[in-house]
Design a protein around this ligand. Sequence first.
Ligand code: HEM
Length: 149
Amino acid sequence: MSLRPQTLPKQPTTPFERIGGREPVAGLVMRFYDLMDRDPAFAELRAIHGPDLGEMKEKLTDFLVAWMGGPRDWFDKNPGACIMSAHAAMKGIDTQTADQWMACMERAAEDIAATDPDLATSMLTSMRSMGRTMARRAGQPSESYAGKL
Ligand code: HEM
């Protein structure tokens, strides 16, 4: 018996679909900033953020949704912005805060790693590589992007 295409279950085509849409991404970001806020292991990372993390929860969720192939609200709100160059212009990004960022994100993603290890691994591997590059380029914003966020 042959399966006609319309009888096959739809396969998720983007990491955004695979994770299950915006809500799980918002949950990841919520855990990330809550951990950063209360665990002294992330004190130096917390210190370089503003006092209220509420706005950051919204911004990082918007960014990750777009980065994973979902709606591109973050890019619409920040035309021409580059996340790597934006971080190069930020104060306090170095190997210590980059390592804390990654350790915090790994903890926040523990439940995703338990349910979909491949997705968690690919997401965390890309983030780790971005974080390392951010730490390397810290303090060297490119003129065309500096100050766009
Ligand atoms: C090297 C590790 C990282 C450090 C230390 C770091 C730190 C920061 C800081 C201090 C801010 C500004 C917070 C504020 O205004 O209160 C920020 C903003 C932001 N970061 Fe990072 N970050 C890191 C890695 C990443 C990575 C890997 C991503 C994406 C996958 C990311 C996405 C963002 C976004 C979307 C914003 C908000 C930009 C906006 O819309 O204004 N960051 N980050």
